[in-house]
Structure formats: structure tokens, C-alpha cells
Design a binder for this molecule. Structure first.
Ligand code: FUB
Ligand code: ZN
Length: 608
């Protein structure tokens, strides 16, 4: 039943997208680095989100009040989106760990959402409770943003359970929007992108092309002067990516999360339409984001003033905004770019943003969150149990359980391995079932063992990403060297595979001192430490004496060792500088102990 409605039934043009990702529901993370995150998500984060949404804030009450048509709206006008994003995360969790109690909670919330929907399909508790006559008057008020998150939750829950009540709410809201906006109707530029990618998901699940076309139309509305956002002096059009038509974009502007969702929407539409203009624009802005505006953590959006981008190569550390949602957005977008091109440079960025920018957004215990992720702290920046604007906690709630999405992909002739982590995946390659079991302590060790199981021998390429940080690697098949070529950052092995075949990969993984692009003035004379995909930082908790004066030199001896007793299990790095030893811990794990200072970039004495 679900398969009949799958994405591939919707007329994706052959070769528009090279790689089809292997869905996380077919990837079991039963060991390794991410297992702990999956458990923490299920046991803690989901419960924290439910408690915040039901008891600590008025988010679910807004739906109850909207259903009754009376009472106040509490919180921010886009708070509905947090409920939808948490629900999406709960749906993913159900897919991994069936749980009748959690499913009942989802059903309870969905009943409230459905009851709040207006007869004409409109749903948004802010306008329902503050005056429906004002709806669709201010493009910055996130009505389509909330609708998009609802549709994403609806698709997730439908896929997890087969239940379509929320999906029908989503369909009615989408149909409502299409009666008001569209060619020959009203113009509209969603002030916060999101609806575009959600409509493509709705197309994927319903097979109704009108949703894809509406997504494309919304994208084409940008940059023609249709935008109207209330206070235009405060937030000019570039904050909303509304200065030029999206096909003409060359530079990244404005709000970081909005940009990420826009680019995901453009990529998703292009995957079906093959729009060359969107593709070319995405390539241009990717260079601008990654080469000129990205932190070493894969975080983006330098400034709190616009929650977004400023000037090329201006990357302050103490005031870095690097919203958690923006790092998750980088994962979403780079994953899509990789699917078009089969170029590992996108998966490299995806990995960087995942292990550093995104994972930093949640405490190791899964109960506290960072919204802003600076690369330096004077000791006054801490995780919080929740936020008034809670986009980041709910983002993390939907992101963590779906991490399995980013590991594998398939194309006509190849199986693609993008992330290395302990897991077992069931992959359909050329109509045949292939079981891939990865065993590895990555990112702490560079050794990866991949064991294949299949009923009958299978001829296919296996494309193994050689991470950009890796200076040398070894690759054996069944214990022997084999012929391989490197293409766009992947080691390609093309052969007939048999049951029980094994691939052994070893990536040399040493602590490295990394220097920023010389145009980044804020990092002049500084170095950061990275090992494998993990970026490190100094915390006062480990380096109590003279923290502000810590200096390294380029030839300091660095050693890395695994500490199962520390920060849920990490590789710690010690740098020996003269008679002092400095301890570095992974950036994502900072602020999980007593309060203190932190820095990623450290002064270095040069040897020349
Ligand atoms: O506006 C909705 C979300 O709240 C944005 O994506 C975040 O940057 C925060 O402003
Ligand atoms: Zn956020």
C-alpha cells in the first residue's frame, strides 16, 4: 500500500537525481557512535519535548483553544511549528522503536490539530485565535512555514503508521493555499521558506503533481517585488532571499535557516523538473556559503542581528551565531546536493556540519539544547532546557532519529557509502536485496569493516567516500588489494560481489592543527584541532590554569586516546607544549560539565 504511493511512482525523470538515499527505516543503528544518540533521543529528548509542549508552555493548548474557537494564543506566532517538528521526530522514533504509548500521544496531538482546522482547510492557531480576518496579510508571519512543518510531520507519521488523519489535514491546508495563491491568483512570497520542500514531500506521497507545481510557483515568486513583510526597514528583501529571482542568485544573503530551506526546496523541485537554472544557482551559492561563509564546525550564519550571513570571510568566534537549525539545514541541503552530483565534497560538508555544528545543539544527556553555537565562550553561554523560540530543540528532535538517512545511497550502477558508522542496512540494488553491515568505532577510529550478504552474486560498483580530511587510506576486499579508481572523492570498486564478501577500510586519523583561510582575520595566528571529522575545543573544565594564555606551537606533540569514562565516551587529545599539557575535547561535547570558558581557535607560535 505505502509502496504504491512511494516517491518513485511520481514520475521522477530518469537521471535527474543520480543517487536515491537509503531511507533510515532500512538502516538499523544497533551499535557504534550514533546508537547512544538514538537511545537518548527515544528515552529523553522526546519526553522533554512532550513535557515542554504540553506542560511547560502553551503550545498544545493553542491547538485546543483553536479547536474551541476561544481562549488566548500564547507564545510566538510560529509556535505551532515546534509541535509539528517534535511530532515528526516522534514519528521517526516510532519507525525505529515501535511504542504504543508514544503512538497514542501522537494520535492525541493529531486529533487536536485536526479539530483546530477550519472548514476551508486553513490551520494556524495564531490567526485562528487572534483574528482570522488578518490571515494571509503579512508574508513574514510564517503561515506557510507552519503548514510546511505540519505536512512534513504528516508524511512522517503516515509513513510510520499508515494513519492518514494528519496527512488529510495537510492536504486540505495545501488545497486551501492553492485556492488563494498561484498563477492568476494572489502573489505570495513565504517569508520563511519550508513549505516548498514540504509540498514536494506531499507530491511524493500523494502522487499529485499540483503540489510540485505549487512548490515551483512559490519559488518562482521570489525576487519580483511581490514580497511584503511588515517592517521592511528592519528586514529588507535580502533577509528573505527575495532580491533576485532564485535562478539568478549568486550570493548568499540574509537569514541562514531560511536560506537552507530555500535551497532544499529548490533541490527537491529540480529533482523532478530537471530545472537547470535552479541547479546552476545552487552551485553558485554553495561556493559562497562553504568557501567564504562557513565555520570549521560546519556552522553558518555569523550574526545574531539577522540570524544570518554578513560579509565574506568575516567569521567572528565569540559572537558566532551558528544556529543549530542552520547546521541541520546544512546537512539537509548538502545531502541533496550529493544526490544530484555524486560528488563527495557535499557529503564532506554534510559530515562536518553533522558531527560538529548540529550535534553540539543537544546535551549528551539529551535534555538541554543550544540555539546559538559560538566557537568561543567567556563562560557565560550554556545549554538551556528549552527556549521561548524553540525551533532548535524541536529541530534536533526530528533530526536525530533520521540520521540513518545520510549513510547510504543507491544509483543505477552503484551503492554509495557516505557515512561510516556502526549499522546494518538493507539496500535494494538493481532489484536485488543486499545487506550491508558496517562495524566501526568511527569517528574515534579510522578502521571500518563492511560485510555484505546477498542471496545471489551481484555486479555493482561500491563507492566509498574518502573523507576530505583523510590524507591516506587503505582498502582491501576479502583481505586483498583490489583495483579501484577515485572519482569525485569516492573509491570505486566495480566487481561481482558474493555473499560474505568483506571490505576493510582504514583511514589514517591523526590530530591535525588546522589553519583558517588567510582572509579570515579573526583566525589570524590561530589554529584549530581536528581529528577525523571531529573538531575539538579547549574547555576550562580541563584546562583550569591560565586558560586565556594558552598557546600552542606548530610542532607540539599531540596524542589521542579513547576515554570511555568521559563525556559519554570520547577521544580526547592532549597537546604537549613545553612542560604544559593541554586537553582538547570534541566541540560537540562542550558545556556538559561545570560552566567555564571554551575556545576552538587557539593562538599558535609559528616555527618559521
Ligand atoms: O522563524 C522561525 C525560526 O525561528 C527560524 O528558522 C529561526 O532562525 C528562529 O528565528
Ligand atoms: Zn533553530
Amino acid at each position: 500500500m505505502l509502496a504504491a504511493l512511494s516517491v518513485m511512482s511520481c514520475g521522477r525523470k530518469e537521471n535527474e537525481k543520480l543517487i536515491t538515499p537509503v531511507d533510515f527505516s532500512n538502516v538499523k543503528i544497533e551499535e557504534g557512535f550514533f546508537l547512544n544518540w538514538m537511545k537518548v533521543h527515544k528515552d529523553v529528548t522526546v519526553k522533554v519535548c512532550i513535557d515542554q509542549i504540553e506542560n511547560q508552555t502553551g503550545r498544545i493548548r493553542n491547538f485546543e483553544n483553536a479547536a474551541k474557537g476561544e481562549g488566548e494564543h500564547s507564545g510566538i506566532f510560529f509556535d505551532d511549528s515546534d509541535v509539528y517538528k517534535a511530532l515528526e521526530g516522534m514519528a521517526y522514533s516510532l519507525q525505529l522503536f515501535p511504542d504504543s504509548e508514544l503512538e497514542a500521544k501522537c494520535d492525541e496531538w493529531i486529533d487536536k490539530m485536526a479539530a483546530a482546522q477550519q472548514p476551508d482547510g486553513y490551520i494556524n492557531t495564531y490567526y485562528i485565535l487572534t483574528g482570522l480576518e488578518n490571515r494571509w496579510t503579512n508574508m513574514d508571519k510564517h503561515e506557510m512555514y507552519c503548514a510546511g512543518h505540519m505536512i512534513e510531520a504528516a508524511v512522517a507519521y503516515y509513513r510510520a503508521t499508515g494513519k492518514r488523519k494528519l496527512l488529510d489535514v495537510g492536504i486540505r491546508m495545501a488545497d486551501h493555499m492553492m485556492t488563494v495563491f498561484g498563477p492568476g491568483k494572489r502573489d505570495w512570497v513565504p517569508g520563511h521558506e519550508e513549505i516548498e520542500l514540504a509540498l514536494v514531500k506531499l507530491y511524493g506521497v500523494t502522487g499529485k503533481k499540483k503540489y510540485l507545481e505549487f512548490a515551483d510557483w512559490l519559488l518562482s515568486e521570489r525576487g519580483h517585488g511581490h514580497g511584503s513583510y511588515g517592517d521592511e526597514r528592519k528586514w529588507p528583501a535580502h533577509y528573505y532571499q527575495d532580491v533576485v529571482p532564485v535562478r539568478e542568485m549568486t550570493d548568499i544573503t540574509g537569514h541562514a535557516v531560511r536560506s537552507m530551506y530555500l535551497f532544499c526546496g529548490m533541490a527537491d523541485v529540480t529533482a523532478y523538473t530537471g530545472d537547470e537554472g535552479y541547479r546552476a544557482a545552487l552551485d553558485r551559492v554553495w561556493d559562497d556559503v562553504v568557501l567564504r561563509n562557513m565555520y570549521i564546525t560546519g556552522g553558518i550564519g555569523q550574526s545574531s542581528s539577522n540570524e544570518g550571513f554578513t560579509n565574506d570571510y568575516s567569521l567572528p568566534n565569540l559572537s558566532a551565531y551558528c544556529e543549530t537549525c542552520a547546521s541541520v539545514g546544512m546537512v539537509y541541503w548538502n545531502w541533496r546536493m550529493n544526490q544530484f552530483t555524486g560528488d563527495s565534497k557535499y557529503a564532506d560538508v554534510m559530515e562536518r556540519s553533522l558531527y560538529n555544528g548540529a550535534l553540539a545543539g543537544i546535551s549528551l544527556a539529551g535534555d538541554r539544547f543550544f540555539y546559538v553555537n559560538p566557537l568561543e565562550s567567556l563562560g557565560n553561554h550554556h545549554r538551556q532546557a528549552w527556549y521561548g523560540c524553540a525551533c532548535c530543540p524541536s529541530q534536533i528532535c526530528r533530526f536525530l532519529p533520521s540520521i540513518g538517512n545520510y549513510i547510504y545511497g543507491t544509483s543505477k550502477d552503484a551503492v554509495w557509502v557516505n557515512l561510516y558508522t556502526g549499522c546494518t542496512a538493507e539496500v535494494n540494488q538493481d532489484g536485488k536485496k543486499l545487506l550491508i553491515k558496517q562495524t566501526t568505532a568511527y569517528p574515534w577510529e579510522g578502521k571500518v569493516n563492511i560485510a555484505l550478504s546477498m542471496r545471489t552474486p551481484l555486479s555493482t560498483q561500491i563507492r566509498l567516500r574518502i573523507p576530505e580530511w583523510c590524507k591516506s587510506f587503505g582498502l582491501l576486499v576479502n583481505g586483498k588489494k583490489v583495483e579501484q579508481v577515485i572519482e569525485k572523492g569516492y573509491a570505486v570498486i566495480d566487481r561481482k560481489w558474493s555473499d560474505s564478501d568483506k571490505i576493510d577500510l582504514v583511514f589514517a586519523m591523526e590530530p591535525e592543527m588546522v589553519e583558517a583561510d588567510p582572509r579570515v582575520k579573526e583566525d589570524e595566528g590561530l589554529r584549530a584541532i581536528q581529528r577525523g571529522p571531529v573538531v575539538y575545543c579547549l574547555e576550562e573544565a580541563d584546562n583550569k590554569e591560565g586558560f586565556d594564555g594558552i598557546t600552542l606551537s606548530e610542532n607540539d606533540n599531540m596524542s589521542a586516546y579513547y576515554r570511555s569514562d568521559k563525556l559519554s565516551g570520547i577521544v580526547e587529545i592532549s597537546a604537549k607544549h613545553g612542560d604544559r599539557i593541554f586537553t582538547f575535547v570534541p566541540y560537540y561535547a562542550w558545556d556538559n560539565r561545570e560552566a567555564g570558558k571554551m575556545k576552538v581557535w587557539v593562538p599558535v607560535e609559528r616555527n618559521d
